[in-house]
Design a binder for this molecule. Structure first.
Ligand code: HEC
Ligand code: HEC
Ligand code: HEC
Ligand code: HEC
Ligand code: HEC
Ligand code: HEC
Length: 498
């Protein structure tokens, strides 16, 4: 602090302009902020959880207080100087710190105690704030009410217990600095309320999977195939169930051996790179497959694309090119309604409830989350009159809507494609079709219906009681269709053909 030398007789040297109560207050503030800053930086550097938003406090709030403290110190000196020029001769110097006066000494002691208290409090406060900023609550709710859709979807996913920062920040010094800059930029656009709605996807500056996903799931560890059942209902009066039980050929290799099957793409022996002509990475026109063992590579091009990808646009395929929604799945209206039907929370006694519920959710005149419940209720009541199951159905559809469609953020499945599969979005078929060829005319292997999965059982009731290990031919529940068509030409997660 800026006290003058106690031993000097006050009259001999004109006292420093910094010797005044305002500057002393500024100094306490500045020292407190400096102390908090040092503590935060230390926590930031040593903490195992590196959070971009903790950075806001460390690199924005604490320095702001430091600067404020310094400004107050100089303001005090300036005010003191002005006062001195005007009144020095006529009035007692009442703002000065005078150690010879017992009253002032007592005040100084109080001030000192207050100062230490303030230091402790600010340290404790910043420690608490820092921890709070690291929490998922903060990421998902407070700062990021902008990100509410991500938070709601996150809570339902397999990664609900994995912190946001584990996937979004990663480890290493570069990730750390990038995250700080990003967090700060996001805070600013949040404050100015000019962030994008919906928040754009894909996230171009997401850390490579090596630094995030592979900390917990590493390719060498993968083995075995995955048995998944997809439960569906048809859009008919009886709400016929139709399930498809499939064995996904995820890791066709043996433990310890080379990785085959779907996870072949991320085997350490292979590298797949691609160039997408659009921002959303839906239109993949060029790809290169490299065998890392012998260094050979092959290039596939879509028939519409002749040249080379522009510099800096080639992306190495990793986990996120298939699992792009590991934590935030925006289920399609169709899937969300079917799930409730399968759980029994949406009554299948209501004729054609699947289509009706989806239609209720997708009414074009619903523009805010607040008006959705009433409009959904009116729609269902108008269709089913006073059927006994209507009140429960209304409540359930309102609930599905609130959890999956976010009109204020313009966020739902329609803007957040899921790359796993190929039914409602192109997904795997972005590359696995007969349209990508090498110069020699070779097509991408694994493009027929049995290379990625086998159908163990399909249909309903007794059809599902036996499984066929060799795999069944797919029986399309919607009837025969033209071979040329892809699933996503008709299925879009809403009403078919709409
Ligand atoms: C298991 C890993 C993981 C976790 C945990 C995770 N995310 Fe994500 N997040 C991703 C991936 C992957 C993407 C999409 C990347 C892409 O397609 O480029 C993403 C995308 C986003 C986006 C961009 C919009 C979008 O949906 O594509 C936001 C915002 C976001 N996450 C916020 C959060 C918040 C907030 C949390 C914590 C509550 C969180 N994330 C937790 C992996 C994760
Ligand atoms: C901090 C550790 C951690 C990180 C990082 C992580 N995961 Fe996970 N992941 C888990 C856990 C735990 C589960 C749940 C396992 C279970 O339910 O049996 C899981 C489950 C999964 C599943 C199975 C999902 C399901 O519905 O059953 C997939 C796919 C997956 N993770 C992909 C990813 C991808 C892609 C990333 C990177 C974006 C990632 N994970 C990052 C820990 C992690
Ligand atoms: C070519 C697309 C693709 C890539 C790339 C990919 N996966 Fe998968 N993965 C799948 C599919 C398909 C499944 C089957 C589950 C499904 O269909 O939902 C699966 C299943 C999983 C599972 C659950 C089953 C298991 O074996 O434990 C985990 C965990 C997983 N993947 C993690 C990863 C991680 C981590 C990476 C990156 C190192 C990765 N995947 C890369 C397509 C892919
Ligand atoms: C970016 C383009 C791209 C995407 C997206 C993609 N793949 Fe592939 N995949 C390839 C290429 C290239 C090959 C190798 C083709 C070849 O050598 O003929 C391949 C090979 C495979 C193989 C054969 C592996 C083996 O053991 O031989 C399977 C199975 C496979 N992919 C499944 C999938 C699935 C499932 C998805 C979607 C979840 C998917 N792929 C998405 C590019 C892609
Ligand atoms: C490149 C690999 C690949 C090829 C080729 C492929 N599929 Fe799939 N398919 C997948 C993956 C991955 C999923 C899983 C999607 C998920 O987990 O949501 C899937 C899911 C499905 C489903 C279940 C979808 C649902 O939501 O009920 C059906 C049915 C299906 N495929 C049929 C086919 C048919 C028919 C063909 C041939 C025209 C085919 N698949 C070709 C990878 C492939
Ligand atoms: C020509 C348009 C068309 C194509 C192409 C098509 N479908 Fe369908 N699909 C339909 C119609 C129409 C229905 C019946 C809708 C209903 O009952 O809700 C249906 C029903 C389904 C259902 C059960 C109900 C549902 O909505 O989930 C599944 C599963 C399905 N199709 C999967 C596929 C898969 C996988 C492919 C690609 C291999 C595919 N379809 C290609 C039009 C199509």
């Amino acid at each position: 602090m800026s006290e003058t030398h106690e031993t000097q007789p006050p009259a001999v040297t004109p006292r420093s302009h910094f010797n005044n109560w305002i500057s002393a207050l500024g100094a306490v503030l500045a020292v407190g902020a400096l102390f908090s800053f040092a503590l935060l930086v230390w926590m930031d550097l040593t903490g195992s959880n590196k959070n971009p938003y903790g950075g806001i406090f460390t690199y924005l709030v604490a320095p702001a207080f430091l600067i404020a403290g310094l400004v107050i110190i100089f303001f005090g000196a300036w005010a003191q100087r002005r006062w001195a020029i005007k009144h020095a001769a006529t009035m007692p110097d009442k703002w000065r710190l005078d150690f010879s006066s017992p009253a002032q000494r007592r005040l100084l002691v109080l001030f000192g105690i207050g100062g230490v208290g303030f230091l402790l409090l600010s340290a404790f406060g910043s420690y608490q704030t820092f921890h709070y900023a690291e929490s998922n609550q903060f990421c998902g709710q407070v700062c990021h009410s902008a990100m509410n859709p991500e938070f709601s979807t996150y809570q339902r996913g397999a990664h609900a217990r994995v912190d946001c920062v584990q996937c979004h920040v990663g480890s290493g010094a570069t990730a750390f600095i990038q995250a700080k800059l990003n967090g700060t930029r996001q805070l600013i656009s949040f404050t100015l309320d000019n962030y994008n709605r919906p928040i754009p996807t894909p996230v171009h500056n997401l850390r490579p999977a090596r630094e995030t996903c592979e900390k917990c799931h590493w390719p060498e560890k993968f083995h075995g195939n995955v048995d998944i059942t997809y439960d569906h209902y048809l859009s008919n009066r009886r709400n016929d169930a139709h399930s498809i039980r499939m064995l996904m050929h995820v890791n066709a290799g043996r433990p310890g051996g080379p990785i085959g099957g779907i996870h072949w793409h991320v085997s350490p022996d292979n590298q797949v790179e691609y160039y997408a002509a659009d921002e959303k990475r839906q239109d993949i026109v060029w790809m290169r497959v490299t065998n890392k063992k012998d260094g050979t590579s092959r290039i596939f091009r879509n028939e519409t694309f002749k040249g080379e990808p522009p510099a800096g646009t080639v992306r190495e395929m990793d986990c996120m090119d298939c699992h792009n929604r590991p934590a935030h799945v925006f289920p399609t209206a169709n899937d969300a309604v079917e799930r409730s039907m399968a759980h029994g929370t949406l009554s299948t006694n209501l004729p054609n409830i699947k289509r009706t519920a989806v239609q209720a959710m997708l009414q074009e005149d619903i523009t805010t989350g607040a008006e959705a419940p009433a409009k959904i209720a009116d729609f269902l009541k108008s269709k089913y009159k006073d059927h006994a199951d209507v009140p429960a159905a209304v409540a359930e559809v309102q609930k599905i809507y609130a959890a999956t469609i976010f009109p204020e953020r313009k966020a739902d499945w329609r803007v957040y494609p899921n790359h796993i599969g190929h039914k409602d979005w192109p997904g795997c078929f972005r590359c696995h079709d007969d349209k990508h060829k090498t110069a020699a005319g070779e097509t991408v292997r694994a493009s027929d219906c049995t290379s990625c999965h086998s159908i163990l059982a399909q249909g309903k009731g007794a059809d599902l009681a036996t499984i066929t290990a060799s795999g069944l031919e797919f029986k399309h529940p919607g009837g025969e269709y033209d071979e040329e068509l892809k699933c996503y030409d008709c299925h879009n997660g809403g009403i078919q053909g709409k």
